[in-house]
Design a protein around this ligand. Structure first.
Ligand code: SF4
Ligand code: SF4
Length: 89
């Protein structure tokens, strides 16, 4: 018999691993965004980009381009000087 190592049963009492029930979600309040791209650079998963759209203040604002890759780490929200990002997890 081949030894395949320990078996992790997701969500059972036999493991400390718990299956995630909801995916994290990042939301941009575009009217607060100044398009500085600090959040774009901070995101390790390349979820955000500066888009082509312009907000009422005349800034090209950030957009979510790869939502499924978001891990909910909150680096983007912590980096934003204008509190334009909310992360739900
Ligand atoms: S929460 Fe983390 S992974 Fe998600 S967009 Fe922000 S920096 Fe990227
Ligand atoms: S850090 Fe904030 S202000 Fe700068 S681009 Fe991102 S959301 Fe906009």
């Amino acid at each position: 018999m081949i030894d395949v190592g320990p078996v992790v049963i997701m969500g059972s009492k036999q493991s400390h691993w718990k299956k995630r029930e909801t995916m994290p979600k990042v939301e941009i309040e575009i009217e607060r965004c100044k398009g500085c791209a600090l959040c774009v650079d901070a995101c390790p998963e390349h979820v955000l980009e500066i888009g082509k759209g312009i907000n009422l203040s005349g800034y090209q604002h950030v957009v979510v381009v790869n939502p499924d890759a978001c891990t909910g780490c909150c680096r983007c929200a912590e980096m934003c000087p204008d509190v334009a990002i909310a992360v739900w997890r």
